[in-house]
Design a binder for this molecule. Structure first.
Ligand code: SF4
Ligand code: SF4
Length: 222
């Protein structure tokens, strides 16, 4: 079955919005790749659902016919206010039409991303019959991010870090500038249950663009 790429649940263009466009490097330094590989070896046992994504691994192409759109079935998707507004603008639908709602009002949980994408029959309500995303243009950040994710490994504590946004930004900046990492090492990982990694080996430039795109989606306010 052919699948329209523009509706693919996990498709993600590599035209990254890089905040580091004026730095010198468009490919990572060999030292950075070595440091990232070493960091992953230290933490990999904690991330059984993920494996590292480095230059040279197969390029990702969403192929929902291989997995019956696994990600749209397996995961419940949370959204923040900005994502709800983007989805509303793109779809022309009232939020109660695409969010879990009660009495016509979206349910808001006490979370940073308080809203939940509506589900029907054990999958996202927006998954269409041909396994495409029914609201591709407005889809949430989690859907744009999947199946990649950035971890930030603190080499001084040998633990992943989540909240130190300034240090996380510096780590991405060091990657672009070719500087040694201060103490945080960015590690790009991919979900092992996604079967979409079947393309040509990823170039170093595409890998760096993917890091930027993933960073932008994980930290949209950074
Ligand atoms: S699991 Fe991967 S291949 Fe399957 S629909 Fe999701 S992103 Fe696409
Ligand atoms: S909005 Fe729903 S159908 Fe679209 S990609 Fe996300 S989970 Fe899949």
């Amino acid at each position: 079955m052919s699948f329209p790429q523009w509706q693919c649940p996990g498709a993600k263009p590599l035209a990254a919005r890089s905040p580091y466009a004026y730095h010198a490097r468009v490919t990572p330094s060999p030292q950075a790749i070595q440091t990232i590989s070493t960091a992953w070896e230290t933490i990999r046992e904690r991330y059984g659902a993920y494996t590292i994504a480095l230059p040279g691994v197969p390029t990702f192409h969403c192929q929902p016919h291989l997995c019956d759109a696994h990600c749209c079935r397996a995961f419940t998707v949370n959204l923040g206010d900005a994502e709800v507004q983007r989805m509303r603008a793109a779809s022309g639908l009232a939020p109660a039409r695409f969010l879990e709602s009660e009495h016509g009002e979206p349910i808001a949980l006490p979370l940073a991303q308080p809203y939940i994408l509506a589900r029907r029959d054990n999958h996202c309500a927006l998954l269409d019959a041909s396994l495409g995303c029914g609201q591709y243009e407005g889809r949430p950040n989690a859907c744009r991010l999947y199946p990649h994710f950035l971890l930030f490994f603190d080499s001084t504590t040998a633990r992943p870090v989540h909240g130190d946004i300034a240090a996380i930004q510096r780590a991405i900046g060091d990657l672009h500038a070719g500087n040694p990492f201060e103490h945080l090492v960015p590690v790009l990982v991919r979900h092992v249950e996604c079967p979409g990694f079947t393309g040509a080996p990823m170039t170093e430039a595409d890998w760096l663009a993917l890091v930027d795109e993933t960073f932008s989606l994980q930290f949209p306010a950074a």
